[in-house]
Design a protein around this ligand. Structure first.
Ligand SMILES: Cc1cc2nc3c(=O)[nH]c(=O)nc-3n(C[C@H](O)[C@H](O)[C@H](O)COP(=O)(O)OP(=O)(O)OC[C@H]3O[C@@H](n4cnc5c(N)ncnc54)[C@H](O)[C@@H]3O)c2cc1C
Length: 397
């Protein structure tokens, strides 16, 4: 799923799992990334006897590559959503994202401080003169629906942030996080406090829905479950091909620099991204490092080391177009597979007809907040409670 030298796993020594397991569970969750960790937490907290299974280790796939920007704005802008889905659906998509972010904040309070949840503003800048209108349209749409946003004129952008571009908007109440620590800590919390068993290095080979329950065959054992939840991320294999086949993959790149001086940071250490597609994005990392990501390329191949180094240098160059004075040295560089959907919305819900098999695939730049609201939505579905969001994100659409 990824290659190169990652930063987050070096910040934390994770717990390893190999629990004694039972023959039957209320809920089995396949995949211990952000989506699986949050889903396992939600269902176990609600009292369900739950098993979380990963073919590798908890948080080790794309959740370790995740650059940890959490924003209520999506790659698909609100005014574009209004145009494509209508105002009501667009509003609910953005509202769910904002609430998903707030839920991550609440959960972070329970966890180890190394989760490093820090509230931040996001600065969204016009990459070209033509995109000035995009920024204005988006500002109007966010204001109309009462999302916390301010408009930034060209002069103010230069004066406050030292960026010589056309215009921008600032969204408030966004946040940065260490996603790898969060995923591992939320699993550890649920394992310690609720009825959650965890198996690492265990792969789901196949599943079969019967009349009474779903049979799961792993590489070394079998279990049955009332509900099966698939959260296998960007993995492409025989199992996921059964129900997910409309995603688009790219390779995405990121670098984390050596520390710089505290006073070299831009205003408020805001998270910065732009209107160009693919876009460049920048954030502060605790320890006074800078993280730069982007330069996505259309491919489903996992990038090799040589190409990662090349893209790393290009990321620094792109950063220096905004801040020419700031000299940065790369310490970590990596590339990873990243999944998007054609309509910009994640896939959440039943994956196959009436069988009790569900999926949570938070494809898109805002995957973390999708995983967050998706895990709550799945809990409602598992409990048979109607949630209108289920219509918006259903897998077959
Ligand atoms: C470079 C990069 C930067 C990103 N930056 C951001 C960001 O700043 N903000 C943001 O919100 N999102 C970001 N994302 C997206 C984010 O990483 C994903 O949305 C998120 O990690 C998805 O979590 P997941 O649980 O769906 O997948 P994963 O973390 O990939 O977890 C899936 C798990 O399923 C397991 N698995 C797969 N198949 C099986 C099987 N058959 N049996 C058992 N286990 C199985 C895998 O081992 C894996 O651990 C970024 C992604 C990349 C690649």
């Amino acid at each position: 799923m990824r290659n190169g030298k990652l930063y987050w796993p070096e910040t934390y020594l994770k717990k390893t799992y190999k629990d004694e397991i039972d023959m039957h569970y209320d809920v089995v969750v396949i995949g211990g990334g952000m989506s699986g960790a949050l889903t396992a937490y939600r269902v176990a907290e609600a009292g369900y006897h739950t098993l979380l299974v990963d073919k590798a280790e908890i948080g080790s796939a794309s959740s370790a590559a995740n650059t940890g920007l959490m924003q209520y704005m999506s790659d698909k802008l609100l005014h574009e959503c209004v145009k494509d889905f209508g105002a009501l659906e667009a509003y609910h998509f953005y509202k769910a994202s904002k609430e998903g972010l707030e839920d991550i904040e609440q959960l972070s309070h329970k966890l180890d401080a190394r989760v490093n949840f820090i509230k931040r503003d996001s600065l969204f800048i016009a990459s070209t003169k033509r995109d000035k209108k995009t920024i204005k349209d988006e500002y109007e749409a966010l204001r109309y629906f009462d999302f916390p946003v301010d408009y930034v004129k060209q002069e103010q952008l230069k004066e406050d942030y030292g960026i010589d571009k056309y215009n921008a908007l600032i969204t408030h109440e966004d946040a940065e996080i260490n996603p790898y620590v969060f995923v591992n800590e939320i699993v550890k919390y649920a394992h310690d406090h609720f009825h959650l068993d965890v198996l690492e290095h265990t792969e789901l080979i196949k599943y079969k829905a019967g009349n009474k329950n779903v049979g799961c065959q792993f590489n070394n054992q079998t279990v049955t479950t009332d509900k099966l939840v698939m959260t296998t991320g960007y993995a492409k294999n025989k199992i996921t091909r059964r129900y997910i086949n409309r995603e688009e993959f790219v390779a995405s790149y990121a670098v984390v620099t050596e520390p710089i001086h505290e006073n070299q940071f831009w205003k408020d250490k805001a998270m910065i991204w732009e209107s160009a597609r693919p876009y460049l994005y920048i954030r502060h990392v605790p320890g006074n490092r800078v993280l730069i990501g982007g330069l996505d390329e259309k491919t489903d191949k996992i990038p090799d080391e040589k190409h990662i180094q090349k893209q790393g240098k290009r990321l620094i160059k792109a950063f220096n177009k905004l801040y020419p004075e700031l000299e940065l040295t790369i310490e970590y560089a990596y590339g990873a597979r990243f999944g998007e959907t054609k309509d910009g919305k994640p896939f959440i819900g039943k994956v196959e007809g009436d069988a009790e098999i569900y999926g949570l695939y938070g494809y898109g730049g805002n995957g973390t907040v999708y995983s967050s609201f998706g895990s709550k939505l799945l809990l409602d579905m598992i409990e048979g409670k109607y949630n209108p969001l289920s219509e918006l994100f259903k897998v077959k659409r």
